[in-house]
Design a protein around this ligand. Structure first.
Ligand SMILES: [Zn+2]
Length: 322
C-alpha cells in the first residue's frame, strides 16, 4: 500500500552536506530518510519541509529555502521517476503511473517571505505549494505557540492566507498559537491541515491538538498528520513506541473519522524516534498494526495516502501558470 508523508526535514539535512552529497537519491544512513528507503516502504508522496531556524529569518532564510528546493529540483532533472507536484494534473495518475516519488514543497514558518507578499509569488513560481504559517516563534504573519500571547493573525498573515487561497497553496497550522489557529480556520476558503501533531487528550504537549481543533480540521475537510516526535506521543518520551502512534490514530479516528488522518512523521527533524519506527523504511509497520486491529483496507488506504491526495487535489491550482 502506498504511503504519503506530510512532513520530513530531509532537505534541510542534505543542505549541510558536501555539494556532491546533496541528493535524495543516495543512501544516507546518517539520516532517517532517503530515496532507497522510501522505496522500501512504498512511500510514494513526500511533502518536503522547507525549514529555516529563527536565526535564519528574513533574507537569509529566503536564500536557504531556495537552496533547499534546488536540491530536489536538481534531482528532478536527472531522475525522471521523480515528480514535483505543482498542479492538480500532477496527481491525476498517482496510483497508476510509473513514477516513484511525488514531492511537494512546504515552507515551515513563513519568515522567508520577508514580510513581502510579492515573495509568495516568487516562491510559488519555484514550486512551493504549502506553508506552515509559523514555527514556534513570532513572525510577520502570526505568533507561534512558543510565544506567550493571545494575538492572532497580523494583517500580513491575513493577506498571505487570502493569496494562498487564490494561488492554490495549502495552509498548514502546525506550530501556530491557538488564536492564530482559529482565525486562519475562519479565514481560509480552502481546506487546511495540521501536518505534524498528535492528540492533546492523550499527550499534553503544547504542539498537540485539543479536541475542538480536531473537530475543526474535520469541518474544514482537512487532516492531521500523525507525528513521530516522541514527546508528542508519550508523556515519558523515552518510552514512546509504535504502540503510541496507534493509540493516537485510534483516538483521532474515533473522534473525527479515518478521512481526516494522515502521516506527518517529521523524520530528519526529530532527534529521537519511537521504538519500532526508527526510520522511513518502518512506515509499513503502522499499516500492519492497523490491519491486525481490524481497520478495513479502505480505511487504511485513506490514512496511508488517500486523504492527502484528496486535500491536495482540492487545493492545488488547475494550472501552475500565474
Ligand atoms: Zn515542525
Amino acid at each position: 500500500m502506498y504511503i504519503a508523508d506530510c512532513h520530513a526535514d530531509t532537505l534541510s539535512r542534505l543542505l549541510i552536506l558536501e555539494e556532491d552529497e546533496m541528493s535524495l537519491m543516495r543512501s544516507e544512513p546518517r539520516h532517517h530518510s532517503d530515496f532507497p528507503r522510501m522505496q522500501q516502504a512504498d512511500l510514494r508522496l513526500q511533502v518536503f519541509s522547507i525549514f529555516t531556524m529563527p536565526y535564519e529569518a528574513g533574507h537569509y532564510g529566503a536564500v536557504r529555502s531556495l537552496q533547499m528546493m534546488q536540491i530536489y529540483q536538481r534531482d528532478l532533472t536527472q531522475h525522471p521517476e521523480l515528480v514535483l507536484v505543482q498542479q492538480k494534473a500532477d496527481l491525476a495518475d498517482f496510483e497508476s503511473s510509473d513514477k516513484a516519488l511525488y514531492g511537494i514543497f512546504s515552507m515551515e514558518g513563513a519568515s522567508p517571505l520577508c514580510g513581502d507578499l510579492k515573495m509568495l509569488d516568487v516562491f510559488y513560481r519555484q514550486g512551493l505549494r504549502a506553508i506552515g504559517l509559523t514555527w514556534n516563534h513570532r513572525n510577520e504573519l502570526a505568533d507561534g505557540l512558543g510565544v506567550q500571547s493571545s494575538y492572532g493573525l497580523t494583517p500580513f498573515g491575513r493577506e498571505v492566507i487570502q493569496r494562498m487561497n487564490q494561488l492554490g497553496m495549502l495552509v498548514d497550522l502546525a506550530h501556530i498559537n491557538e488564536a492564530g489557529f482559529w482565525e486562519a480556520m475562519e479565514l481560509s476558503s480552502a481546506p487546511v491541515v495540521v501536518s505534524h501533531a498528535n492528540a492533546r487528550a492523550l499527550c499534553d504537549h503544547r504542539r498537540n491538538m485539543y479536541d475542538p481543533q480536531l473537530d475543526a480540521l474535520k469541518a474544514k475537510d482537512g487532516f492531521i498528520g500523525i507525528c513521530f516526535e516522541t514527546s508528542f506521543l508519550n508523556a515519558n518520551p523515552a518510552e514512546a513506541s509504535l504502540d503510541d502512534v496507534i493509540r493516537h490514530i485510534d483516538y483521532i479516528c474515533e473522534r473525527i473519522g479515518p478521512e481526516h488522518i494522515a502521516f506527518g512523521s517529521d523524520y530528519d527533524g526529530i532527534q529521537a524516534t519511537p521504538r519500532g519506527l526508527e526510520d522511513v523504511s518502518c512506515f509499513p509497520h503502522v499499516l500492519e498494526r492497523l490491519a491486525a486491529l481490524g481497520y478495513s483496507e479502505s480505511d487504511r488506504r485513506k490514512i496511508a495516502y488517500e486523504n492527502v491526495l484528496r486535500v491536495y487535489r482540492a487545493v492545488l491550482p488547475d494550472t501552475s501558470q500565474i
